[in-house]
Design a binder for this molecule. Sequence first.
Ligand code: GNR
Ligand code: NI
Length: 171
Amino acid sequence: MAIRPILTAPDPFLRQVSKPVERVDDALRALMDDMLETMYDAPGIGLAAIQIGEPLRVIVMDLAGEEEEPAPRYFVNPEILDPSEEMNVYQEGCLSVPDFFDDVERPARCRVRYLDYHGEEQVLDAEGLLATCIQHEMDHLEGVLFIDHLSRLKRDRVLKKLKKEQRLAAE
Ligand code: GNR
Ligand code: NI
């Protein structure tokens, strides 16, 4: 397993649409292991493969609290079914948009169909933080960041600040 660098906005790589996985094999499980290790190290509660430079439809997640046993989840080729009409607002952050948090409104509940770590098809009913996080990660697979849900003014302000920080770090 390895901790891999996380790409940050406005890296154009993050805007790619990720490709479906053809086979859940040992190579893919090695990628999912790296993603989980990278996510725990960050630390974060979810990670999409594109965030470590792999444009594949793969997500890892762990919503367990610090005092709880680890509860890793793996989603390969996830699809969202039946998003609820009821919406929920959550203060989101993103490892690819460091040090910025803001409210995003999304469907409060949804069903997800996906392949698990072993390539078995699963269906999961999600609500609360799980539903929010899955939708945040699904956005990454389409090249969308949570700041795209905010006003242009806020988004441009964040991107400008990140660009400036990256310029200073490169000097
Ligand atoms: O660590 C993360 N926390 C978080 C909080 C609220 C809503 C979504 C997230 S996902 C984020 C990790 C990340 O960037 N995943 O893509
Ligand atoms: Ni994110």
